[in-house]
Structure formats: structure tokens, C-alpha cells
Design a protein around this ligand. Structure first.
Ligand code: SF4
Length: 324
């Protein structure tokens, strides 16, 4: 039986643990049956768009799609990497769909989205890693739905990071998200094609290119990480000036994927969230069902308000300093 990880426990990798364990009651979600869910599904099919909601078998799909909130996954549905936690197909991807930017913008317009999250598979096969398609999607959204705020969740663009990040930042997304996924010790087994410090550097690069773009990153808990390793990731993220941290429970999509080592309790998630807030993030989301794009619109509004409040406070302090 996997441990229920409260803050007192310190999980460790144990190869003797069983492959699949019963989910605790706080993880169970209702089957998606609502009218809104079916409408969102139909719209995505009609526009030939993929979503990470379906491809990653996200547990929140019923709730999000009912509210017409879907995360569009561009650049196809086949990934060139094979991360141990991810349900997306691996292999040789098909050619890039030139209509995808317009279709994504059409979906945002039809759903009347105030905030949209766009992600993609890894495309190590493309010379720009797929950055150009992100740019086209952002441009199409700005044209068709100028009031929609845009959040992108990109791959690490291994070997071509700097030009990719520069091009995307020039296009001007509101939020740039890139997930660290787990603690550095677990990279060789969980995220073997990626490098922890390269991912941190990518997020630093976004800030140095345009400090006004909010940066966001997240990790999954329950993969065997230790409590202090999670705190270290928080410190690393703050050193890279990341604004928003997300933490959610890892769920094993199929028996072939990495085993759930621990189900972290809601209480422990709350405690991790409090520590992250104390470390200075503008926004933190930490709960078993937190995913990068879960409640992304509401969280974006709060993060923007938090930045404005911080800036106003700084100005007041500066003014008070001048008057002394
Ligand atoms: S949390 Fe994100 S990936 Fe999951 S269903 Fe909601 S929008 Fe889709």
C-alpha cells in the first residue's frame, strides 16, 4: 500500500512496492457527463484540435469542460520524448497543421474565453522545436480575441532554447509556464530527456527578456520526493524569479508509467502551499487535483492583483522614504 504522505513522512523509492494502489477518496472525481462537457468535446473535434485534458487523462476534465475551459495542445498529439509520468503518445509526429493557429483562436472566440492555456507536445524533430507555431497561435489569438489573456505552457526546447524563448516572448504571452515536474534527483527516471537546470534557465531567460511576463512552474508530488527536496525546488524557483508555483498529486496513467509512491494528504498540500507563499511567490496553487491549467484564469487574475498591490506598496514606501 502506498503511504499517505503527511509532512512527517519522508518517502523513499522502494522497488518492492506494488504497481497500482487504490486512490484515496480525495482523488476520486465524477465522470464527465454534463451538457457543457459534450459541447466542449464537440467543438474540439469540429476544429480538429487536441487537448492535454484528454491526452493526459486529466482527472479534472468533467469540471473544466463543463465550464468551457480546455487546454489546447498544439503541434499534434505525438511527442518526441517518453517521460515516465506522461500519458501522451510517443513516436514520430506528423507534419504541423497550418490551420491550428486559426482553429485555436476560433475555439477561444466560440467559448468566449477570458483566459486560455496553450500547451504542446515536445517537437525535438523541428528546427525551432515548435516555437514558431506558439508564436502563430499567440498572434492569431491577439487578432481574433484581443481581450483573452494568454498563458502558454511550453517544452524545454532542448538545444534551441534561447531563440525559441526570445521569439515567443516577442509575441507577448501574459503568462509563460514551463514545468519542472519533479525534484532534480528523480530526473533520470521520471524526466530522462530533460535537465533540471536547463528548465530553470529557460524560466530565467523569459524574465530577463521581458520582466512583465508572469512566469509559472509546477511539480507533481507523490513520485518519491522528500519534503526538503520540495523546499529546495521552491528556493530554486524563487532564485529564478518565478511568480507562480503549482503542486499537484501525480497519478499513474497506466501500469506502464511511473508508480505512485505516495498519496500526499490534502493537509500536507496546504502546508506545502503555505511554505511556498512564505518564500515569496505571487501565487501558489497546491492541492491533490491541482494541475498547471486548473483554475488558470482565476489564478491569473489573483496573480495580477498581487503584483499590482506589491508595486503600489513599493511606491508608497519609496514616497515615504523621500518625505523623511
Ligand atoms: S486541469 Fe487543465 S488539463 Fe485538466 S481538464 Fe482542466 S484544463 Fe484540462
Amino acid at each position: 500500500m502506498a503511504a499517505m504522505n503527511d509532512l512527517s513522512s519522508t518517502p523513499a523509492q522502494d522497488p518492492e512496492r506494488p504497481q497500482r494502489v487504490r486512490k484515496p477518496e480525495w482523488i476520486r472525481v465524477k465522470a464527465p457527463v454534463s451538457k457543457g462537457y459534450h459541447e466542449t468535446r464537440k467543438l474540439m473535434r469540429d476544429l480538429n484540435l487536441n487537448t492535454v485534458c484528454e491526452e493526459a487523462a486529466c482527472p479534472n476534465i468533467g469540471e473544466c469542460w463543463t465550464k468551457k475551459h480546455a487546454t489546447v495542445m498544439i503541434l499534434g498529439d505525438v511527442c518526441t520524448r517518453a517521460c515516465a509520468f506522461c500519458n501522451v503518445k510517443t513516436g514520430m509526429p506528423r507534419i504541423v497543421d497550418p490551420l491550428e493557429p486559426e482553429h485555436t483562436a476560433a475555439a477561444a472566440a466560440k467559448m468566449g474565453l477570458e483566459h486560455i492555456v496553450i500547451t504542446s507536445v515536445d517537437r525535438d524533430d523541428l528546427p525551432d522545436g515548435g516555437a514558431g507555431q506558439f508564436v502563430k497561435v499567440i498572434q492569431a489569438l491577439r487578432r481574433e480575441t484581443p481581450n483573452t489573456t494568454i498563458e502558454i505552457l511550453t517544452p524545454d526546447f532542448r538545444g534551441k532554447m534561447r531563440p525559441a524563448v526570445e521569439a515567443i516572448c516577442e509575441a507577448g504571452p501574459d503568462v509563460y509556464n514551463h514545468n519542472l515536474e519533479t525534484v532534480p534527483r528523480l530526473y533520470p527516471t521520471i524526466r530522462p530527456g530533460a535537465r533540471y537546470y536547463a528548465s530553470l534557465r529557460l524560466l530565467e531567460e523569459v524574465k530577463s527578456h521581458d520582466p512583465l511576463i508572469f512566469t509559472k512552474s509546477g511539480i507533481m508530488l507523490g513520485l518519491g520526493e522528500q519534503r526538503l527536496e520540495v523546499h529546495q525546488v521552491m528556493d530554486d524557483m524563487r532564485s529564478a524569479d518565478i511568480d507562480f508555483m503549482t503542486m499537484g498529486q501525480y497519478l499513474q496513467p497506466t501500469p506502464k508509467h511511473a508508480t505512485v509512491m505516495d498519496f500526499v494528504t490534502p493537509k500536507a498540500f496546504t502546508a506545502f502551499g503555505a511554505i511556498a507563499r512564505a518564500k515569496g511567490f505571487l501565487q501558489v496553487a497546491s492541492s491533490p487535483l491541482t494541475r498547471s491549467s486548473y483554475h488558470a484564469g482565476e489564478d491569473f487574475a489573483q496573480m495580477r492583483a498581487a503584483r499590482e498591490a506589491k508595486l503600489a506598496q513599493k511606491q508608497t514606501q519609496k514616497k515615504a522614504g523621500r518625505e523623511i
